[in-house]
Design a protein. Structure first.
Length: 71
């Protein structure tokens, strides 16, 4: 059963808020860090000018997730 989802994208506010309303535990990486998105996400990080290694570390910092959604 999918409970924990990680959203990665330029702006994931819409999908993060929809997932939260649907009852998921929401983790988010995006370039804007909108206040509304941060209210919807259980944990969020800003994704700006990161190397591939930094991106990998950021993804791993969320721990185990059941699904990754690219938005």
């Amino acid at each position: 059963m999918i409970k924990k989802v990680l959203m990665i994208g330029n702006s994931v506010r819409n999908i993060a808020c929809s997932a939260k309303k649907a009852g998921y535990i929401v983790y988010a990486l995006d370039r804007f860090g909108d206040v509304d998105m941060q209210k919807c996400a259980d944990k969020a990080q800003l994704l700006v000018n990161k190397s591939m290694n930094e991106l990998r570390d950021m993804v791993e910092s969320f721990g185990d997730v059941d699904a990754i959604i690219l938005g």
